[in-house]
Design a protein around this ligand. Structure first.
Ligand SMILES: [Zn+2]
Length: 185
């Protein structure tokens, strides 16, 4: 076996081991790794055939191969980078609704831990949905009260209890995202 053949096999083994380690450590890039590996395999095959040919490649051909490799690497890099960019609405984490300021977190594409705060002093509001349990009450509503502003009712959501009010705020936030109103909040 010639020295070139030995080097080629050795390099392939090193590349395979490295790729295996990367796949184990970072599962997200598995899809890209498959593309990269098939591209590498084709390159190695092509390289192998070039090596066992009796003639050497001219310099311009090696330059061409190098350029192709560079373009391939850059394409994969920018594809990974582009997919990691978050959608713009993920920066939308607070808005003024039903008289109070509501804040939340994003978990994937879901709104999480949404709650309301006093628009005057930013205190955490407490809720009172006792009207929903009052048999004689005509109006079902949830009041949100600021303890820091003399226990005044800051916001009121008509239609149901605390869970209903929180759901209504979440639905309103998602509606503003769909209509793009959130961009001018
Ligand atoms: Zn307040």
């Amino acid at each position: 076996m010639s020295e070139n053949s030995y080097k080629s096999i050795r390099n392939s083994v090193i590349a395979s081991v490295l790729a295996g380690v990367i796949l184990l450590v970072v599962p997200e890039i598995r899809a890209y790794a498959v593309t990269l590996l098939s591209w590498l395999r084709n390159s190695v095959l092509w390289f192998w055939e070039a090596l066992i040919d009796s003639y050497a490649l001219p310099g311009w051909a090696w330059l061409f191969v190098f350029l192709l490799a560079l373009i391939g690497s850059l394409a994969i890099f920018f594809e990974i980078k582009g997919e990691k960019a978050e959608p713009e609405y993920k920066k939308y984490v607070e808005d003024f609704m039903f008289g109070a300021k509501w804040r939340w977190y994003w978990v994937g594409n879901q709104i999480s831990n949404i709650w309301c705060f006093c628009p005057r002093c930013d205190a955490n509001l407490v809720y009172d949905d006792s009207s929903c349990r009052d048999f004689y009450s005509d109006i079902k509503k949830t009041d949100f009260i600021c303890e820091n502003c003399g226990h005044s009712v800051v916001a009121s959501v008509k239609g149901g209890n605390k869970n209903y009010a929180v759901g209504a705020a979440e639905r309103e936030a998602l509606r503003r995202i769909r209509t793009n109103e959130y961009k001018n909040h």
